[in-house]
Design a protein. Structure first.
Length: 185
């Protein structure tokens, strides 16, 4: 009867670990293998610098371009009349693009009929329109040329178109600023 208790089904309930040595090896490997796998994954992810997918937005050059100054300050001496541009020079550099072709409704240089009503308003009104902008014309004040130089260009255009405006007087150094005139560029 005692032989009936040791049937072949009893061996089927035993695990793969049969000795204490196998148990120790299994326990050690159960801790070591995951730790090694985690270390390898961390090194794969963090060790090498990988670029972003199709973007260099965090590169040093890209960051430097985004944080560069928007404008600069240039200090000019207002008493240096020799370096000031003439009305014709300012016209050629700034005004000719529209006033030569009549773009965006600008009166053409030399068109007395188009300039006559504007000239009747006077130099101050023409200068204000040039400095602050009017209609499609953007403001010219605070740009590459001083207000005095823009005034010279206004007189040049008006006089070329049938007007007889007097050339504006050069700014006095003491009246403008003692150390110079700061202009945003």
């Amino acid at each position: 009867m005692s032989d009936a208790q040791h049937s072949p089904d009893h061996d089927a309930h035993e695990g793969p670990i049969k000795t204490p040595k196998q148990l120790v090896v299994t326990v050690v490997l159960a801790f070591v293998v995951p730790v090694v796998a985690i270390i390898l994954l961390v090194n794969f992810v963090a060790l090498d610098k990988k670029p972003a997918a199709g973007s260099d937005g965090l590169a040093a050059e890209a960051v430097a371009r985004r944080i560069q100054p928007v404008g600069t300050i240039e200090i000019r001496d207002a008493s240096d009349v020799a370096s000031l541009k003439t009305g014709e020079q300012v016209y050629a550099a700034q005004c000719a693009a529209c006033h030569t072709s009549g773009a965006a409704g600008a009166p053409k240089l030399g068109d007395a009929a188009a300039w006559a009503p504007r000239i009747k308003t006077g130099y101050e009104a023409l200068l204000t329109s040039a400095l602050k902008g009017k209609g499609s014309m953007g403001a010219q004040g605070g740009g590459d040329f001083s207000d005095f130089e823009i005034g010279r260009a206004v007189v040049y255009m008006a006089n070329q178109s049938g007007g007889s405006l007097a050339e504006p007087k050069a700014p006095a150094a003491a009246a403008s600023a003692p150390a110079g005139n700061a202009t945003a560029k």
